[in-house]
Each structure stands twice: as C-alpha cells, then as structure tokens.
Design a protein around this ligand. Structure first.
Ligand code: MG
Ligand code: ZN
Length: 361
C-alpha cells in the first residue's frame, strides 16, 4: 500500500501542489493528497518559556508567525500534573494515561499511535529529538511499554516500527545494551542507513535513515550542540519531499525540560531559542510548499518558570523557578496551515490526536 502510494505521488505530487488537494491521473482514478504534518514539541515549554524567545533572542521569534492559538490542559489520567510519557501518549495515541506509560492506555493496554495509523495510509514518518530517540517523548510515537525506563525494549520496538527516519542520541540502547545484542544489523536489514554524513549526501527516498549521535541525550546548547536540531529537521524535510509521499514528522526540543528541572535559566533560554529556530524552518517549508500543517506545543511546563521583575524593578527581568518539577499550567498550542483553526480554544491534550488525524486523513 505504502509503496504504491509512494510511486504514484512521486509522479503527481508536484502537480497537486500547484493545483488543489485532489488530482486526476487522467484515467479513472481520483487520489487524495494528504496533508503533511510537522509536530514540534518543546518538552517543558510553558508560556513563560515560550515568552523567553521574545526577550532573549536577537530577532522576532518564529513563534510570532502563528495566528491560530489554543491552550491544552495537560493533566494525565491519574494525576493533575503529567510526566512526559503520559503527555506524549496523549498526543500520539489520543488517550490520557498514567504517568510513565508509553503508548498504553490507563488500563495498560497498547493503543495505536499516530505513526502506525498514518503509515497505514501511506505516510512517511520520522522523529527527531535532542534526548535519546528512545526517551519518553519520541518513544510514545512508535513504542508500547509499561514504563518509560525500558529504553532497551523501546529501542527494539523502534527497529521494527514503521518509522522511516530518526535522529537524536541513544547509542547506549542500540549497541551497549544489557542483553549485549547489537541492533545495528537489524536496522540495516530493515533498510536503514545509520549515521550518514548529512553534509555530503543527497537523501535517497528508497532508504530509511537513522542517526544516533550520542550515547544518551545529545549535548546541551551550552555545550555546543550547534545546529543539530534545525539541520536534521531540514535533512528530514528534504528526504520526505524527495519521497513524494505525505509525511508526519515529530521534532522535540527535549532539553527545555531538562533546563527547567535544573532551574538553569541560561540553559533554558538557549534551548528555547534553538527550538524556535527549528520552528522557523518548519514554517518556511509550510509557507513554500503548502499542504503542510505545523503545530507547536508542549507536553507540560517544567520548573514553574517566570519572567517577573527583580523585586518590582520594571526595567529588569529576573528569570525565576518555583520548583524543580513539572507544573500543570495550561500550555499554548500554535498552528499554521490547512486545518490550523481546529487548534483554537481550550481543550484536553489528548484531543490533539484526533484533530491531527481529521486533517491528515
Ligand atoms: Mg521529552
Ligand atoms: Zn521533565
């Protein structure tokens, strides 16, 4: 199914972009062109974290390019305050679950995720993360395990998943595992090229790509991670575009959350600015190519971060944290592209799943 759609789209999608969302192959068949979906998750990025891009960046943030804005309530099934795996399961699978669950509902039953649903209708799919690719947030888009701590098992499930593209850290869970199994040969058998040099290659739509660039999480921005997030997002978009298929890409700025846990404002601001830069790339793509929905949101806020005055001095912002854990403040959702208006309003985090699928299908 996927192959057929792909071949068809390679030939006809450029036409479709120029004309409309339906196209005629001049015979008898009408084929619908699906919308591309780029979902950008700033882990731990509440309103104050997002606002930091407006006060600490050198230019107007890319966040300011969105007009369709909503808010989500992020509570998990059993707690008012969510962790990242329950938060991402809500987006990826459409149900609120218990903290720690990856792709399971509150009764610990595996439920279909967005990658599975969209792959079945011919989408190419990918994940990019500044944590390990097996960390809670990305894992919820392809794996089903009862605890986010099971990263060795999550890695195995990634190898056999429908994912066509992944990039982030996490070699520990593929080649330095408790069971001593090396997962690279199986990845290669499944069509993946591992750790190619994106500077020197042109993406090949007949291959899949895996990039594991750190033992666990990627370096921080303060440690000179550089342009990893925007560069690999761009490479993924080039790859998907070349495939001619519709695509779903999840991009996570994982370490906004880690900076919040550390109560480190400098680290947090650097991670937010890197994420915003990546949002800009997604927006440039959507504006240029069309039929692409871009959604920016977070699983929860981390740290009770504020940008208040320094004891009433209106000329000085004093970034401050109230906690080293997560908070339950409502989370902004920014949307651009076909169907973006569906993301306005105040609603539950798990409603994101159906809103995306209504537009994708
Ligand atoms: Mg995360
Ligand atoms: Zn966290």
């Amino acid at each position: 199914m996927k192959k057929l759609i792909r071949i068809y789209f390679m030939i006809f999608v450029p036409l479709a972009i120029l004309s409309s969302c339906k196209l005629n192959n001049h015979d008898e068949e009408l084929v619908e062109v699906h919308q591309n979906i780029i979902l950008l998750i700033g882990d731990g990025m509440g309103l104050s974290e997002l606002s930091a891009a407006f006060y600490y960046g050198n230019t107007e943030p890319n966040f300011a390019r969105f007009n369709e804005i909503g808010f989500v309530n992020t509570s998990s099934a059993k707690h008012k305050i969510t962790d990242s795996s329950a938060g991402a399961t809500a987006f990826a699978c459409g149900e609120k679950t218990y903290n720690g669950a990856v792709g399971l509902n509150a009764d610990s039953i595996a439920i279909p995720n967005m990658v599975e649903v969209l792959s079945d209708i011919g989408y190419f799919t990918g994940i990019i993360s500044t944590s390990s690719v097996t960390h809670a947030t990305p894992a919820c888009f392809y794996a089903h395990v009862e605890s986010r701590a099971m990263q060795d098992e999550i890695a195995k499930q990634l190898v056999d998943s429908d994912i066509d593209f992944f990039a982030g850290g996490g070699t520990n869970y593929f080649i330095n595992r408790a069971d001593s199994i090396n997962l690279y040969p199986q990845l290669e058998k499944n069509g993946f090229l591992i750790n190619q040099d994106i500077e020197s290659i042109v993406p090949d739509e007949n291959k899949k790509y895996g990039f594991l660039l750190a033992e666990d999480g990627m370096p921080t921005m303060l440690e000179n991670r550089g342009n990893f997030l925007p560069d690999y997002t761009k490479f993924a978009l080039d790859y998907f575009t070349k495939s001619g298929a519709s695509f779903f890409l999840m991009v996570e700025g994982s370490q906004i959350d880690w900076a919040g846990h550390d109560n480190n404002a400098e680290y947090l601001i650097a991670e937010v600015l890197d994420f915003d830069k990546t949002v800009g790339l997604a927006m440039d793509y959507a504006e240029l190519i069309g039929n692409t929905l871009v959604i920016v949101l977070a699983d929860h806020e981390t740290g009770g971060f504020t940008l208040a005055t320094n004891d009433g001095d209106y000329s000085t912002i004093k970034p401050t944290f109230a906690s080293n854990g997560h908070s339950t403040t409502l989370i902004p959702v920014l949307a651009y592209g076909p169907g973006a208006e569906k993301f306005k309003g105040i609603y539950q985090n798990n409603e994101i799943f159906n809103k995306i699928l209504e537009i994708a299908k």
